[in-house]
Design a protein around this ligand. Sequence first.
Ligand code: ZN
Ligand code: ZN
Length: 117
Amino acid sequence: MKIKAAVLNRMGVKPPYAQSKPLAIEEVDLDPPGPGEVLIKIAAAGLCHSDLSVINGDRPRPTPMVLGHEAAGVVEQLGPGVDDLEKGDHVIMVFVPGCGHCAPCAEGRPALCEPGR
Ligand SMILES: [Zn+2]
Ligand SMILES: [Zn+2]
């Protein structure tokens, strides 16, 4: 299927990014969800420090690359083997998954999840 995404085509362009515009909203191909994956209709997405570190080259990654790994949306399609979500569920995506059981998760700090690292 075709989707719109914020695509980084080249790292290390000079700031200010409002002028150099390192990201472009482009139409890209997206495969259907594979085993253990879900298709989510994104309602909102953030731009975090990890994304900025890729844009400025501090965390080099191959380009072109679709940025934005922290978002909220609605499940539209389930891949094979997904049995803990349903179509229509509202979900959030985070960089580090929280297990919900370790000490940091129990303290309400899932971004520091020990097995998630
Ligand atoms: Zn992040
Ligand atoms: Zn945890």
